[in-house]
Design a protein around this ligand. Structure first.
Ligand SMILES: Nc1ncnc2c1ncn2[C@@H]1O[C@H](COP(=O)(O)OP(=O)(O)OP(=O)(O)O)[C@@H](O)[C@H]1O
Ligand SMILES: [Mg+2]
Length: 314
């Protein structure tokens, strides 16, 4: 276990609780996605874990020790990617990495070697001698992440690291972060209010709302919490009864019908058989596929009555 939060409460003067009996666990090599709308308490949770904020009640264990904000040795085992960019726009990317590496106590050849490795990881090896003020938003974000990786932290915490960047950079970041966790056994906490990101990256998802974890689990288990089956509708040009029989014989299919060129297939919640279905349908000309499978947004909506993106009550 890398991090464990037990009934953590944080209150800012006279306001409602920013963290309200927050419970969370992060294991070695695990990517934990902390998903929640604006003001849910994600940054407050992160600052508490790192020891930058004192909590009012409950406890935080990190690397087997109690977090009390005073242990510098704990801080050195964490890589923190803050929500705001912390890079220096006028220094070159190389100088930024050098500066942050030294801050974490790295020196000499080892630091140079790490800068090289990290630059490759974040895809900036050919642009190191430029100042980030000339970078795109996505490149700045990648550099900002790189600065937190030099000291090979056992726990990396990323607070909305992809806000305001292009989809290509976002996918690049998602891929290398996931890879990093699974190849080097690093634990990662990744906060976001983008559902697609958390779906793509997290082994375990925690949904936070008003300082409280309202649901946790893998994507599949969370979606399975939503009652009701999936209905897949497939329109084809040349319907075929044999294909219908094959579909009916699939393990996860509860029911399948064929009416006026449309196959309607019912599966239990939380399963995705679209790929197998499409290969069974490959002899046919498919005009349209509608998959009404519930997603993480539906989970959030069901639990809170709000949409995640804007916190609006529906
Ligand atoms: N320093 C502070 N003083 C007073 N209230 C604060 C402070 N920091 C955060 N809060 C309040 O605590 C709650 C949680 O804020 P927090 O920044 O943790 O949310 P968040 O999930 O990170 O949101 P976002 O997605 O917008 O970054 C909010 O109601 C916020 O107004
Ligand atoms: Mg925040």
């Amino acid at each position: 276990m890398i991090v464990k939060l037990n009934n953590v409460i944080k209150r800012f003067q006279n306001e409602r609780l920013a963290l309200d009996y927050l419970n969370m666990e992060v294991k070695k090599g695990e990517v934990v996605g902390l998903l929640g709308p604006n003001g849910a308490g994600k940054t407050t949770a992160i600052k508490s874990i790192v020891g930058l904020l004192d909590i009012d009640e409950g406890s935080i264990e990190i690397f087997g020790q109690t977090q009390n904000g005073n242990n510098k040795a704990i801080r050195k085992r964490i890589g923190l990617v803050t929500q705001e960019l912390t890079i220096y726009e006028d220094m070159t990317a190389y100088e930024n990495l050098l500066f942050f590496g030294k801050l974490y106590g790295l020196r000499g050849d080892h630091l140079k070697q790490r800068i090289k490795e990290v630059a490759t990881l974040i895809g900036l090896e050919s642009r190191l001698n430029e100042a980030p003020k000339r970078y795109s938003g996505g490149m700045k974000r990648r550099l900002n992440i790189g600065c937190a990786l030099l000291h090979e932290p056992e726990l990396i915490i990323m607070d909305e690291p992809t806000v305001g960047i292009d989809p290509q950079s976002r996918n690049y970041i998602l891929d290398f972060v996931k890879d990093l966790a699974h190849k080097t056994d690093t634990a990662i906490i990744y906060t976001s209010h983008y559902i697609e990101e958390v779906e793509a990256i997290a082994d375990t998802i925690y949904i936070i709302d008003q300082g409280h974890i309202i649901a946790e689990g893998t994507l599949e288990t969370l979606i399975a919490k939503i009652k009701g089956d999936n209905h897949i509708l497939i329109d084809v040009k040349n319907p075929d009864e044999t294909v219908l029989t094959n579909i009916k014989n699939m393990a996860d299919v509860k029911e399948a019908t064929l009416k006026q060129g449309t196959y309607q297939i019912t599966t239990p919640p939380g399963v995705n058989i679209l790929n197998e279905l499409l290969s069974l349908l490959s002899p046919l000309v498919v005009n349209n596929v509608t998959n009404k499978q519930p997603n993480l947004e539906d989970v959030f909506l069901m639990l809170t009555g709000k949409t995640l993106r804007d916190g609006e009550v529906n």
